[in-house]
Design a protein around this ligand. Structure first.
Ligand code: SAM
Length: 352
């Protein structure tokens, strides 16, 4: 099943019998949905070369078994010698991420190439018109349906050479007397400020031990904090976003964390090891949409990745009902702290 932005694209590309793509050979589709529309495109236009680029490992995984004319790339930036002659962009969840994305992509696009931008109205796709002005002709809305819009413009001015490092923001935090510098890229959770749920979790951490997993690490601040209070721990920051993984590496480096590792993974899909302790401020969004499934799956399976007598500590918004899952898998859990908005839960494996 295609999602709404893909349905709109499919309708536009089908309506004119594929004329929109007819004169193009090297087509870039960026920030694509997890709905396999890229596979449909590559199969329908098998004389053309497609590159599907994403920061999101779940989207990357959704295009397994791609045909030869579809190159699927998941990375924190697009690095290629190729010049694309047509670009399709799914509008990301935030304006700063769109700005970051186009500044990177437009280095690799031929002048006069058509640029399509599709997205949900609620996700703010309309703002692309203003943001594209730096590089493109005036954008036209060429189609709209199902609460989505499709814009078309032409690249006039390629972007300046892309300096990845310039896109980091950083800020200082202090928890229980421990100071940290946090680095974040656009689109990464807590870009520019510490989340209040994460603060409550960190304020209530007792004794970090041995081998630790920070699930959904974002900018890596949970792992960095744990390593700061006990430099003997080894922490692995796991996230689905390549931009989060890169931010985590930068946060570890900035705080002198030498035992910090990272893992790009969709949920626990790439986890091959077990841990003594798992900490998380787990996600309940995919892009702009609410999604409880990721954390429910995490809570249903994480016990298998925790050593006997190891523990799980999570912070969650009070309205999220994770308690029944903790009880089902761990038998017992405590609340380490709570306030009006958040609750910090702690469960130990092997205690019933
Ligand atoms: C609530 S944020 C917490 C970030 C960070 N730990 C903090 O406290 O600031 C949740 C994180 O989970 C990540 N995430 C979302 N879906 C995921 C998935 N399927 N697998 C792994 N991580 C995911 C998001 O990219 C985001 O960084």
């Amino acid at each position: 099943m295609l999602d709404n932005p893909s349905l709109l694209l499919a309708r536009s590309f089908d309506l004119d019998g594929g004329d929109a793509l007819a004169s193009h050979q090297n087509i870039l589709v960026a920030n694509f949905s997890e709905d396999k529309y890229c596979l449909e495109l590559a199969n329908s236009f098998d004389d053309k070369q497609f590159t599907a680029f994403t920061y999101n490992f779940a989207a990357f995984q959704s295009l397994k078994n791609a045909p030869d004319n579809l190159n699927v790339v998941c990375d924190h930036q697009l690095k290629t010698e190729s010049k694309f002659d047509c670009v399709v962009i799914y509008f990301p969840k935030s304006k700063p991420e769109f700005e970051f994305l186009i500044n990177n992509l437009f280095n690799h696009v031929e002048t006069d190439a058509p640029i399509y931008v599709v997205g949900d109205n609620k996700g703010g796709v309309k703002t692309c018109e203003k943001m594209l002005k730096t590089f493109c002709s005036i954008s036209k809305k060429v189609d709209a349906a199902k609460h989505c819009a499709l814009y078309l413009t032409t690249l006039i001015e390629p972007s300046k050479p892309f300096v990845f490092e310039d896109w980091y923001k950083h800020y200082q935090i202090e928890i229980n007397g421990v100071e940290l510098t946090v680095y974040t890229l656009p689109g990464v959770f807590s870009h520019g400020e510490l989340d209040m749920g994460t603060r409550l979790l960190l304020e209530n951490i007792q004794k970090p031990k041995a081998k630790i997993l920070d699930f959904g690490c974002g900018a890596g601040l949970i792992g960095a904090y744990l390593s700061k209070i006990n430099e003997n721990v080894t922490v692995t920051g796991l996230d689905v976003s390549a931009l989060a993984i890169e931010s985590t590496l930068k946060t570890y480096q900035a705080n002198g964390i030498v035992n910090g590792k990272v893992l790009l993974s969709n949920g626990l899909s790439e986890v091959k090891a077990a841990y003594n302790q798992v900490y998380s401020n787990p996600p309940f969004h995919s892009g702009v949409k609410t999604n409880y499934a990721i954390t429910e799956l995490f809570l249903n399976t994480i016990k298998e990745y925790i050593y006997p007598h190891g523990s799980l500590t999570v912070v969650a918004n009070s309205f999220l009902k994770y308690q029944p899952l903790l009880e089902k898998h761990f038998g017992h859990f405590d609340s380490l702290s709570k306030n009006r908005r958040f609750n910090v839960y702690h469960a130990t494996k092997g205690r019933n």
